[in-house]
Design a protein around this ligand. Structure first.
Ligand code: DMJ
Length: 488
């Protein structure tokens, strides 16, 4: 990538090192950020990945260091991470200068120029466009500059104004027209974190932005009505895909990425409080049958995701699983190896975090020891099959989860350190470490604070289908002056 490197692994892992008290490694990393990291490089980067991993990583490191005082300051440079984050945030702003406000898929760091995707007719992934808000809003809150907040929030308005049926969004959207492209709906790749950030935006601003709760509830109702399915013979609950949109045929395929949903549903039910507390109408949260149902669905999905590990020879999950939709005879419920079908092209393991993320959230919320037990099994499977030279040389993605000994892919994603290991560590930590009702984890597992909105406002309201979006005239002039088009 960039000639001077961008430190993906280093920055993505900063807060993990802080949480695990790895002081020597952290001190090396901080030194690198201080003396070698520069964003001033001619390099196109993915807008979403850079936001969630780099901006999120720096902001979280700043939060843990300065607000939570998790690490003593080594030098007087208290704002090092924030300064680097602000510089990066400024450069990312260029991605949002599209006619619709939907960010372009990439951005050149030096010129801050947005770059349209070279494939998919130039469309951006819906999840990518809608998974930048927590980071941009927190940056605005920290530096008191509303621009990051405004541009990222504008994306939500643009997406919502498309009035997706049942709150289920197609997985592509065009930055030029602001229109969805194609009919495919899924909670896996390109769809997943749209749903995650609906809830988390609501939590981030201390439940002050009702609009995101509305959108989240509508989407989850859509998921329950159109996507929740059960397999044979064990009745595993899974989330199917809709290649032709709502009302079309169901495809019994589930990416490992979908496994974030169990934890997310539980978080949406209790807002992060333990179940027993939430059931007593905690903190203004009204408890009803809907929350009870969400917890049940969360448990079922998390169980299915665990089974995606449990049925393979390595004990590690494939990237994608298919589910058996036909009745089978001679097999008893519980023999999940008949329910889950793994195709050779989907049998790799990328050390993804979503299942252990859900295990962590489910454990914190329900207190059920089964989630620790499953987490430990998964941790041991990673140690057994993914460790290179016993872990001395890192941990590797695998070619095939049903092959023992497993073949390494010679690749370690930064989310292995940022997310998978962090969530496993937190699963076995006391609940006072990053309490789930006080922080909100971005989609790359970077903890950020919840805060009151103060002077910041939700700059839009939802419209009914065919009703034009209302924008005050003064706002239109302001946008024109900034060189944006069509932003109303
Ligand atoms: C991470 O970058 C994030 O969790 C993202 O939301 C999905 N993909 C990877 C992990 O699987």
């Amino acid at each position: 990538m960039a000639p001077n490197g961008l430190g993906w692994i280093i920055i993505d892992a900063l807060d993990t090192m802080m949480i695990m008290n790895l002081t020597t490694e952290l001190s090396h990393a901080r030194q690198w950020v201080k003396s070698s990291l520069t964003w001033d490089q001619t390099q196109d980067v993915n807008t979403f990945e850079t936001t969630i991993r780099m901006l999120g990583g720096l902001l979280s490191a700043h939060y843990l260091q300065t607000e939570l005082k998790m690490v003593p300051l080594e030098d007087k440079d208290a704002d090092l991470y924030l300064e680097k984050a602000t510089d990066l945030g400024d450069r990312l702003l260029g991605a949002y200068r599209s006619p619709s406000g939907i960010p372009y898929s990439s951005v050149d760091l030096k010129s801050s120029k947005g770059i349209k995707s070279h494939v998919d007719t130039g469309a951006a992934s819906t999840a990518e466009a809608t998974t930048v808000q927590l980071e941009m809003k927190y940056l605005s809150k920290l530096v008191g500059e509303p621009e990051y907040w405004k541009v990222s929030e504008k994306v939500m308005q643009a997406v919502d104004s498309q009035h997706a049926k049942a709150g289920l969004v197609p997985i592509f959207i065009h930055p030029d027209s602001g229109k969805f492209w194609g009919t495919e709906i899924r909670l896996g790749s390109r769809g997943d974190s749209y749903y995650e950030y609906l809830l988390k935006q609501y939590l981030q601003t201390n439940q002050q932005e009702k609009i995101y709760e509305d959108m989240y509830v509508e989407a989850m109702d859509g998921v329950k009505e159109h996507l929740v399915q059960h397999s044979y013979p064990s009745h595993l609950t899974y989330i199917a895909e809709l290649p032709d949109g709502v009302g079309g045929r169901l495809h019994p395929k589930m990416d490992h990425l979908v496994c974030f949903l169990g934890g997310n549903l539980a978080l949406g039910a209790t807002y992060g409080a333990p179940l027993e507390v939430a059931r007593r109408d905690w903190g203004g949260r009204k408890w009803s049958q809907q929350q009870e149902n969400d917890i049940r669905l969360a448990r079922e999905l998390t169980h299915t995701c665990y089974q995606m590990y449990n049925v393979t020879k390595t004990g590690l999950a494939p990237e994608i699983a298919y589910f058996n939709t036909e009745q089978v005879t001679g097999y008893t419920r519980g023999d999940t190896s008949r329910d889950i079908i793994i195709k050779p092209q989907d049998a790799h393991n990328l050390q993804r975090p979503e299942t252990v993320e859900s295990l962590f959230i489910m454990y914190r919320i329900t207190g059920d020891e089964i989630y620790r037990q499953w987490g430990w099994e998964i941790f041991e499977a990673f140690r057994k099959h993914s460790a290179v030279a016993g872990g001395e040389l890192g941990f590797s993605s695998l070619h095939n989860v049903n092959e023992v000994p497993a073949q390494f892919r010679d690749n370690m994603e930064s989310f292995w350190l940022a997310e998978t290991l962090k969530y496993l560590y937190l699963l076995f930590s006391p609940p006072t470490l990053l309490p789930l009702d006080k922080v909100v984890f971005n989609t790359e597992a970077h903890p950020l604070p919840r805060f009151d909105m103060g002077d910041f406002k939700t700059g839009w309201t939802r419209t009914k289908k065919d009703e034009p979006a209302a924008a005050p005239a003064a706002k239109k002039e302001e946008h024109k002056a900034q060189g944006h088009q069509n932003l109303s």
